[in-house]
Design a binder for this molecule. Structure first.
Ligand code: AMP
Ligand code: MG
Length: 354
C-alpha cells in the first residue's frame, strides 16, 4: 500500500467548528477514509453505501473480510431506509439508548452493500453520542461505516495519537477531538434472534437493557471468552485488543492476585524480562519499584473502562515484554472490561484463590 498524506485536524469535541467537519464530510462523500472520535472509541469512517470506499477500510486496517462493520446513523428515519422492519423492542431500545453505545442488529434491505455485512442478512446499526460523529453523519448525508480506527488485532484507539500510531499514511484524515468518553466499544445486541442476545458486552450494560426488554440474554461465549468458543458474531473469532507485549490476566481475590502477580514479576525479572503491571488504585502501592499503572478504582469500573486501552498502549510504548494485569469483577461494566482483557490475553489466564 502506497503512503498517503494523512491530514490531522483538531476540533473542540463539544462545539466542533462546522467548517472543519464539512471538510471531513466532503472526503466521506468522495469515497475517502477518515478517522473521527465517537463516545466509545475512535472510528475509521467511510460512506457506508459505497462498496469501494468500504473495501478500503478493510485494506487500511488489515481487517478480515468476513468481519462485518457497524453503520452509524443520526436518525431512526435513516435506519428505516436500511432495514426490512423494526420490532417494537428495537424501537423502544433506540428511543431510550440512542444516541449512545448500543448497536442493534436488523434484517437488512437491498440498500446495504454485502461488503458491510460480510454477506450476512443482518446489518448492525448505531447512533453515536458525540457531537463530531453526529455532525459528520448529518453533513455527509449517508450512513457511515466505522469500525474502530486501529490496525486489526491491536487495542482500540481512545485518543487521536493511537490512531496516528496505527493508521498514519493509510487514511486521508484524522479528526482529533481529544480522548473518548466510554473507552470501550458499543454493546452489540441481536434483536433478530429469539431470545435477543448480546453478542458483545460494551458501553450499555445488561442491567440497563433488562429494564426495557427483560428477555435479553448474554452469549456465554462472549462473557467467558475462551479460545475454542464457537462464534455467534463473526468478530468474536479474531485476535483482538492485543498488545505487542505478552499480556497475562489474573483472576481471583484481590489479595491473591497481588501476591501472585508479585511472584510472577520476580520470576520474569530474574529471566531478564521487562515487566509492566496493570493495577488499580487500591493495589498500586503493593507493587514495589516497578512499571505500575493504575487503571482506576475498583469502586468505579467506568473509569477503568475509560483507561483500559490507553494503559495497554502506554505499557507497549515503554517497551515491556510482559504485562501482568489484574482482573475485575464480572458486574456492570466489569463484564465488558473482562471480555476485552481475556481477548487481549489470548489464553494467558491465571486463576488464583479467592
Ligand atoms: P468493530 O467494528 O471493530 O467495533 O466490530 C464490530 C462488531 O460487530 C464485530 O464484532 C462484528 O462481528 C459485529 N457485527 C457487525 N455486524 C454484525 C452482524 N450483522 N451480525 C453479527 N455481528 C455483527
Ligand atoms: Mg474493533
Amino acid at each position: 500500500m502506497k503512503d498517503i498524506d494523512t491530514k490531522i485536524i483538531k476540533v473542540d469535541s463539544l462545539r466542533p467548528d462546522i467548517k472543519l467537519i464539512r471538510e471531513g464530510a466532503e472526503l466521506i462523500k468522495g469515497g475517502k477514509l477518515i478517522a473521527f472520535p465517537t463516545e466509545t472509541v475512535y472510528g475509521l469512517g467511510a460512506n457506508g453505501l459505497d462498496p469501494k470506499a468500504v473495501a478500503n477500510i478493510f485494506i487500511a486496517k488489515g481487517r478480515p473480510q468476513d468481519n462485518p462493520l457497524i453503520l452509524h446513523v443520526n436518525s431512526i428515519a435513516q435506519v428505516e431506509e436500511l432495514v426490512m422492519d423494526i420490532s417494537e423492542g428495537s424501537r423502544k431500545l433506540m428511543e431510550r439508548f440512542w444516541p449512545g453505545p448500543l448497536t442493534l442488529l436488523f434484517k437488512k434491505n437491498h440498500k446495504v452493500p454485502n461488503i458491510i455485512t460480510a454477506g450476512l442478512d443482518t446489518v448492525a446499526i448505531r447512533m453515536p453520542n458525540h457531537p463530531v460523529a453526529f455532525k459528520l453523519i448529518e453533513i455527509s448525508g449517508v450512513p457511515i461505516a466505522a469500525p474502530s480506527a486501529n490496525r486489526s488485532g491491536r487495542p482500540s484507539p481512545t485518543m487521536a495519537n493511537h490512531v496516528i500510531e496505527d493508521l498514519s499514511g493509510r487514511i486521508d484524515m484524522i479528526i482529533d477531538g481529544g480522548p473518548t468518553g466510554v473507552g470501550l466499544e458499543s454493546t452489540v445486541l441481536d434483536m433478530t434472534s429469539e431470545p435477543p442476545i448480546i453478542l458483545r458486552p460494551g458501553g450499555i450494560i445488561l442491567e440497563d437493557l433488562h429494564g426495557l426488554v427483560p428477555e435479553i440474554v448474554e452469549d456465554l461465549n462472549t462473557i467467558q471468552y475462551d479460545e475454542d468458543m464457537i462464534p455467534k458474531s463473526p468478530g468474536q473469532k479474531y485476535r483482538h485488543y492485543a498488545p505487542k507485549a505478552r499480556l497475562i490476566l489474573f483472576i481471583g481475590g484481590v489479595d491473591s492476585m497481588v501476591e501472585s502477580i508479585s511472584r510472577y514479576r520476580d520470576s520474569y525479572i530474574s529471566e531478564g524480562k521487562k515487566v509492566g503491571i496493570m493495577a488499580t488504585d487500591e493495589t498500586m502501592d503493593a507493587y514495589e519499584e516497578n512499571i505500575v499503572i493504575s487503571m482506576g478504582s475498583r469502586e468505579d469500573n467506568r473509569t477503568i473502562a475509560h483507561n483500559l486501552f490507553n494503559t495497554i498502549r502506554t505499557l507497549d510504548s515503554k517497551g515491556v515484554d510482559i504485562i501482568l494485569c489484574e482482573g475485575m469483577e464480572m458486574a456492570g461494566m466489569g463484564t465488558a472490561i473482562m471480555n476485552r482483557l481475556k481477548r487481549a490475553a489470548t489464553g494467558n489466564i491465571i486463576r488464583v484463590g479467592e
